[in-house]
Design a protein around this ligand. Structure first.
Ligand SMILES: *Cc1c(COP(=O)(O)O)cnc(C)c1O
Length: 420
């Protein structure tokens, strides 16, 4: 569960060489903590597994877009998968190279397209005929040529949570694989766009390799059909989606996943792009929260903690299970606790039925919080968002300061007549 980067020394949990009790006393809670080493190791697993092939690992920025996270990946030579103009600016601000950026997303705005054309990104992952025509028109106006791939929807069941499954026929994502050849033909004739690749992304938190290899097989049939027509593509983008073990469930390793895919590509010299998000950052982060008070009813024991669904929404949104561990282990009698936050929603919980020994004031760590954690945080209930720390060996860098209350209404206005 606690991967590279986090370990217990005596009773207390450390991130690299930093004592998390000390860190929480200094910076307050709730607090996101990332291990630089863990992020780098997770990224390098992809690099190592792909060493024998031409490849580009485009980290999916939406999983955790903190500048420090992007910067430490950029320094390793990573590419980036973005879904908005905002993410494009972040990547550039963090030192990422535009020529290694792929632009995904089901509804790119004209401004975002222009911005990405000007930056000179590697590829637009086009999701519909309408988007193809729009991009072509904008590229012509800008006197540019947009390198594109078509994101095909292979109609494969990713067997993951329905909210994070994207490769089924009735999902909003991608182009029906049966219609893709016709769209490639159109793309070849259109001014302003140049097809260079093919792309897919079937979902997130996939727990088995089967759906990935099924998808690849369908894509290979399409690639061969296109080759017959003289359409050759430079790259094959297999998206992201590899799951992580939030508990002790079995999960394919990065190596097994990449090996299973590259085994189907022997003898084919096409460059590979991957867009991993979660599998690079999820286990490299935790969220620290302090037990405010304990409350028992006839049926239940509740631990009321200072973090809530606005800080970490995965449990509330997808019924996701993330482990909750004491930062300092204590002796005593354990009970089954529902770990709940201060927000006024019954769905506001971080975990249910957790066997823990607790006292008020205890510090807890929610593990696996590096992906889809802070990035999905909101200000619901006027709660400032947590600070983020990146630990690098024995140094804890504040990579985002805690939001202040006055920042919450900084852009707001009373009605003029209300302040007379
Ligand atoms: C979300 C997303 C990813 C990353 O998915 P993970 O499950 O975090 O690896 C990659 N590509 C696209 C197009 C996405 O939408």
């Amino acid at each position: 569960m606690i991967e590279d980067g986090f370990e217990r020394r005596a009773q207390t949990l450390f991130c690299e060489s930093i004592n998390l009790e000390h860190l929480a006393s200094t910076h307050g809670t709730p607090l996101y903590v990332y291990s630089r080493r863990a992020i780098e190791r997770a990224y390098m697993r992809y690099e190592t597994a792909l060493a024998a092939r031409r490849h580009l690992i485009c980290y999916a920025v939406k999983a955790n877009s903190n500048l420090a996270v992007l910067n430490c990946l950029a320094r390793l030579g990573a590419g980036f998968d973005i879904v908005s103009g905002g993410e494009l600016e972040r990547v550039i601000a963090a030192g990422g190279e535009p020529s290694k950026i792929v632009f995904s997303g089901v509804c790119k705005s004209p401004e975002d397209m222009r911005q990405a054309l000007t930056a000179g990104i590697r590829c637009f992952n086009v999701e519909s005929a309408a988007e193809l025509h729009q991009l072509s028109a904008i590229a012509c106006e800008e006197n540019k040529i947009a390198p594109i791939s078509l994101r095909v929807n292979p109609d494969v069941d990713a067997r993951t949570h329905p909210y994070i499954s994207t490769g089924l026929k009735d999902n909003k994502f991608g182009i029906d694989i049966a219609l893709a050849p016709e769209l490639y033909r159109q793309a070849l004739l259109l001014e302003g766009v140049h097809p260079i690749g093919i792309d897919c992304h079937i979902g997130s938190q996939l727990q088995s390799i089967g759906p990935f290899t099924d998808t690849l097989e369908r894509l290979l049939v399409l690639i061969e059909a296109l080759e017959q027509e003289g359409i050759t593509l430079e790259h094959l983008d297999l998206g992201g989606g590899l799951g992580v073990a939030y508990g002790n469930e079995a999960m394919p390793s990065v190596k097994d996943y990449i090996d299973a895919l590259t085994a189907k590509l022997t003898g084919r010299d096409i460059a590979l792009i991957f867009e991993p998000g979660r599998s690079i950052v999820a286990m490299a982060g935790i969220m620290l929260t302090r037990v405010n008070s304990l409350k028992s009813t006839q049926d239940k024991h509740f631990a009321l903690v200072d973090a809530a669904m606005n800080d970490l929404i995965r449990p509330a949104l997808y019924s996701a299970w993330q482990d909750i561990v004491p930062v300092t282990q204590r002796e005593g009698e354990s009970r089954r606790w529902d770990v709940v936050g201060p927000v006024c929603e019954t769905g506001d919980f971080l975990g249910k039925d957790r066997q823990l020994i607790l006292s008020p004031g205890d510090l807890l760590a929610v593990t696996g919080a590096g992906a889809y954690g802070f990035v999905m945080a909101s200000n619901y209930n006027s709660r400032p968002r947590p600070a983020e720390i990146m630990v690098d060996n024995d140094t804890a860098h504040v990579v985002r300061t805690r939001e202040t209350r006055s920042q919450l209404w900084a852009g707001e206005q009373c009605l003029p007549e209300a302040i007379q």
